[in-house]
Ligand binder design. Structure first.
Ligand SMILES: Cc1cc2nc3c(=O)[nH]c(=O)nc-3n(C[C@H](O)[C@H](O)[C@H](O)COP(=O)(O)OP(=O)(O)OC[C@H]3O[C@@H](n4cnc5c(N)ncnc54)[C@H](O)[C@@H]3O)c2cc1C
Length: 308
């Protein structure tokens, strides 16, 4: 199918882009186009006006300042494939997560911010934003404001951003050097979105977990922060199990069961019913926590660890 007819503008500044969005027409931003163009071709989205932000230089910027990574709206997924593109454990976590986003041609055009704007429940970046307490910077007719990720995702493809607001950037707090990180994804085929994926960070200054962050991908109608599972880990030793299997009585396996029973609210999918998906959450949370614990061990060289 071909898209319905639309007008097309190419602003050169954020102001021009915001003015175009606020002109009272059904307008859509074009960033990487990897979701929008497909939806337009299928005529599931029929904007009157497409606002192409690819010529706005101030959006093509990534910076680290005062312990925060700021990612502009034109930074492509592929920018995060190199672990050192972002300092510290956050760079490791991003590089492990991003290779699960679609495949290389899509990653070379699609943007992290576009993914947050689209708000697909199975999008890896959305779960990372929730788990890491990201802040989403938007700019509309009323000026700029920041929306906390926890207040941003309202449902599938539904956010608290208003249609006249452009997302200019997203801000992630950097992670302390002794934080362990993990990302594990299960998908049916290489080309599918995640059936379930989990992002986790563990902080354990003296070998005992003081903070855990767990983000669940495609485990509800929106990205989920697994707060009950995080709470269940506080005070547990960070020592990972010796083998690949996580014994049922290990704190990571227990946290997995808590996540599956209390945090996740999976919906049935054609290839996976709710029971299967809950089981996948339990297993993947356990595995991701193991990966995070081993990652921390590799950073600190000891399960007791050190501070930043
Ligand atoms: C075959 C295929 C497989 C894929 N697999 C995955 C996957 O496994 N995981 C995953 O996360 N994604 C996947 N995607 C989606 C891909 O990651 C997209 O790149 C991403 O969802 C959107 O980014 P974009 O920059 O291409 O946005 P666009 O397609 O340009 O825009 C998407 C939507 O967001 C809006 N938008 C974009 N930028 C802004 C902004 N700055 N402010 C306000 N609104 C904005 C647009 O108006 C549009 O409604 C897949 C896509 C395809 C085609």
């Amino acid at each position: 199918m071909k898209p319905a007819a639309f007008d097309y503008v190419v602003p050169r500044t954020v102001r021009e882009a915001v003015d175009a969005l606020g002109a009272g027409r059904d307008a859509r931003i074009l960033a990487g186009g990897q979701s929008l163009v497909l939806e337009m071709r299928l005529q599931r989205v029929r904007p009157e006006l497409v606002v192409d932000i690819n010529r706005v230089p101030e959006l093509d910027h990534m910076s680290v300042d005062d312990g925060t990574l700021r990612v502009g709206a034109l930074i492509r997924h592929a920018s995060f494939e190199r672990e050192r593109a972002v300092p510290g454990p956050l760079g490791t976590l991003f590089s492990r997560a991003v290779v699960n986003v679609a495949h290389p041609p899509i990653r070379s055009r699609g943007t992290l911010v576009g993914s947050l704007a689209w708000a697909h429940p199975a999008a890896e970046w959305c779960a990372l934003a929730i788990a890491l307490d990201a802040g989403i910077e938007v700019h509309g007719a009323g000026g700029p404001r920041e929306i906390a990720a926890r207040d941003y995702f309202l449902g599938p493809f539904l956010t608290s951003r208003t249609p006249d607001e452009l997302i200019t950037a997203v801000r992630f707090p950097l992670l302390a050097d002794d934080t362990g990180v993990g990302f594990v994804e299960h998908r049916r085929t290489h080309f599918c979105f995640a059936q379930v994926a989990v992002a986790a960070t563990l902080t354990a200054p003296d070998g005992v977990i003081t903070e855990a962050r767990i983000g669940l991908v495609n485990c509800a109608d929106r990205p989920v922060r697994a707060r009950a599972a995080e709470q269940a880990l506080i005070g547990a030793e960070i020592t990972p199990p010796a083998g690949r299997r996580v014994p049922g009585d290990h704190p990571f396996a227990r946290a997995g069961r808590v996540a599956a029973e209390q945090d996740a609210a999976p919906l049935p999918e054609p290839y996976a019913d709710v029971e299967y998906r809950r089981q996948a959450v339990a297993v993947l949370v356990g595995r991701t926590l193991c990966e995070a614990a081993r990652d921390r061990l590799s950073r600190t060289g000891t399960s007791q660890g050190g501070h930043r």
